[in-house]
Design a protein around this ligand. Structure first.
Ligand SMILES: NC(=O)c1ccc[n+]([C@@H]2O[C@H](COP(=O)([O-])OP(=O)(O)OC[C@H]3O[C@@H](n4cnc5c(N)ncnc54)[C@H](O)[C@@H]3O)[C@@H](O)[C@H]2O)c1
Length: 253
């Protein structure tokens, strides 16, 4: 019996990186998984890989910054599997490390629409379904920039703090309805995330990587998938409203 046997989980941004590894870990533990991503190629590849390994998976092309897409993602998941038990709000992009004096409006608006609005759309849509179903679990992929001040650009730091705030708000207000909402705050994890940033702000970058010599090693997608598995499963049933740092101790300094 898997740790997520017969659970249905939606994982946004699961065509690659951390989200993909979470989907694989969830499927291995018996969950039916919904691969939700705006990159159709990697989305289809991930669904095909999961199915080839004998898992149940549904692919939904979604841009989390578009409310209608997020609503359709949840509706299609319920239609396919009858219910949703877990939502992992993982999709996110970087802000090119833009420090306050160098913030560009289009980067600022993009980071807010994907990393902030996208999470809110997911929460707003899934909570009524969880209430109707007797409960559910949400895991938000925040960042260590959501718990500390100087480890990323201004916009990224702002939205990840907001994700931590939303996590606590939902946990405190919906905990009595058997809904849990926790966040993970990864440090530096090896994915294509950094590579997807262009025109990096030199000042912001230099300031953000101070004290990185204190990180014993970069994190792996498995490191984060393991925590997401714990927070998504009933093993963490008494944990609600936390933002768990997973940064090799970087922020402990
Ligand atoms: N990699 C790190 O060092 C790190 C550290 C802290 C937090 N995080 C957070 O972890 C999450 C995942 O990051 P990652 O490192 O796996 O990144 P990644 O770039 O490897 O993967 C992100 C995935 O999200 C998808 N995506 C991006 N925008 C989307 C949108 N609008 N709608 C739907 N899908 C979208 C991409 O297509 C991609 O498949 C993000 O929220 C990121 O902020 C990452």
């Amino acid at each position: 019996m898997g740790r997520l046997q017969d659970k249905v989980a939606i994982i946004t941004g699961s065509g690659a990186g951390i989200g993909k590894e979470v989907a694989i870990a969830y499927a291995r533990e018996g969950a039916k998984v919904v691969i939700a991503d705006f990159n159709e190629t990697t989305l289809n590849e991930t669904v095909a890989e999961l199915k080839a390994s004998g898992h149940e998976a549904l692919g939904v092309k979604v841009d989390v910054s578009v409310n209608e897409d997020v609503e359709r993602m949840v509706d299609e998941s319920i239609k396919a599997f009858g219910k949703v038990d877990i939502l992992v709000n993982n999709a996110g992009v970087g802000d090119n490390m833009q420090a306050a004096a160098n913030v560009q409006d289009d980067t600022w608006n993009r980071i807010l629409s994907i990393n902030l609005n996208g999470v809110m759309y997911g929460l707003r849509k899934i909570i009524p379904h969880f209430m109707e179903n007797g409960g559910g679990t949400i895991v938000n992929m925040a960042s260590i920039t959501g718990l500390t001040g100087g480890r990323g650009g201004l916009g990224y730091t702002a939205v990840k703090h907001a994700v931590v705030g939303m996590t606590k708000n939902v946990a405190s207000q919906y905990g009595p309805h058997n809904i849990r909402c926790n966040a993970i705050a990864p440090g530096h994890i090896q994915t294509e995330f950094a590579a997807s940033m262009t025109n990096i702000d030199e000042f912001g970058m230099k300031a953000s990587i101070r004290a990185t010599n204190l990180i014993p090693r970069a994190g792996t997608v498995e490191d984060i998938a393991n925590i997401t598995l714990f927070l998504g499963s009933d093993e963490s049933s008494y944990v609600n409203g936390v933002a768990l740092a997973a940064d090799g101790g970087w922020s402990a300094y």
